[in-house]
Design a protein around this ligand. Structure first.
Ligand code: AHG
Ligand code: MN
Ligand code: MN
Length: 343
């Protein structure tokens, strides 16, 4: 991380605020802070820029490959989620701030390599969310969650990863859409930054995001409707206004959780991935997808439940644990709790 600029009083209405400056100013609100968390966020922003570049040129991979450039040594074109995974690991493993990492793409905890210093934080991430959408040019994302190490110094253990979401010290996501945005929280509100592609800088574009209490949008894949329980079907009927108890919501489903969540965060709504008869725990992963987005959502005034409990209260028992989720506008999530928890 570069040298700190001197403290400047910020007026977001007139000044350009880079993510670096914002992170430093946020750190100054916590006088005892060591700077490690700021460094982690800064490194993640750098990784996001590198992944954004790869995503932008994803459609060119075959064209360039057919000219012999990428396949001349017989190398197989790597899938973009493997590339994104490696980009994050390489950007984060040498800073001396992490004791280890865990990724949706890797079975076990990722250790910090021998010879590098370790630190007090543990990073969890979904390197590329919605990666099946890459081939059809639909937005994808990256999701991250930062925890403090449990116990004394040294390499990470499973216990560092298996902490409830309420223990997160930071969480965020990047959406590679019509523009690239990074949205994060450290527990003092939710702030969004848009990548200026010419400057190569994330600039503050959405300070202090608040999600409307009741939403317009419903994001759910209802091709699973036959496999849902009766209470889940009743809830979906409520959201669609079929029981006469509310105005119908508009259905929007991208199939990239980050993109669906982002729309609903800004415009109001609920994203649901219920359990079903074939996937009794749902599909989405507690540690890499649901906890970080639940932390962000709560910080923006929204809520997230698994149908029985607040997502952030769930104590994980497995690294790749799945959970049902209903996340978004507070009143809409309360409706889920009322209908599902009673049944
Ligand atoms: P990932 O690409 O990280 O595996 O995540 C895909 C997830 C999520 O982004 C999306 O909301 C969900 O899968 C879509 O699943 P369905 O196709 O079952 O609706
Ligand atoms: Mn995902
Ligand atoms: Mn993924």
């Amino acid at each position: 991380m570069p040298d700190r600029p001197s403290r400047v009083v910020r007026n977001t209405s007139t000044s350009v605020v880079t993510i670096e400056r914002f992170i430093i100013e946020q750190e100054e609100l916590h006088p005892g802070a060591s700077g490690s968390l700021s460094g982690i966020l800064y490194d993640l922003a750098l990784a996001a820029k590198m992944i954004a570049n790869k995503v932008r040129s994803a459609g060119l991979a075959d064209i360039i490959g057919s000219a012999g450039a990428s396949n001349i040594q017989g190398e197989v074109q790597q899938k973009l989620d493997v590339i994104a995974n490696e980009t994050i690991v390489k950007a984060m493993d040498h800073g001396g701030r992490l004791c280890g990492m865990a990724s949706e793409e890797v079975d076990e905890i990722i250790p910090i390599p021998q010879g590098f210093k370790t630190g007090d934080y543990f990073l969890l991430f979904d390197p590329l969310d919605g990666s099946s959408n890459i081939d059809v040019n639909v937005p994808v994302g990256t999701i991250f969650s930062v925890l403090q190490k449990k116990g004394g110094p040294g390499p990470a253990t499973l216990a560092d990863a298996l902490q409830p979401g309420s223990a997160q010290v930071a969480a965020g996501y990047v959406i590679y859409g019509s523009s690239t945005m990074l949205v994060y929280t450290t527990g003092t509100g939710v702030h969004g930054f848009t990548l200026d592609p010419l400057l190569g800088e994330f600039l503050l574009s959405h300070p202090d995001i608040r999600i409307p209490a009741q939403g317009r949008y419903l994001s759910v894949n209802d091709s699973y409707a036959q496999l849902w329980s009766d209470p889940v079907r009743a809830l979906m009927a409520r959201y669609r206004g079929l029981d006469g108890k509310r105005e119908p919501m508009n259905v929007r489903y991208v199939g990239s959780m980050v993109a669906d969540f982002h729309r609903n965060l800004l415009g109001g709504g609920v994203f649901a991935y219920p359990a079903n008869a074939k996937s009794p725990k749902g599909k989405l992963r507690l540690l890499y997808e649901c906890n970080p987005l639940a932390f962000i959502c709560e910080q923006a005034g929204g809520a997230a439940t698994d149908g029985q409990r607040r997502v952030l209260d769930v104590v994980p028992t497995e690294l790749h644990q799945r959970t049902p989720i209903y996340i978004g506008s507070r009143d809409d999530v309360d409706a889920a709790t009322a209908i599902l928890a009673a049944n």
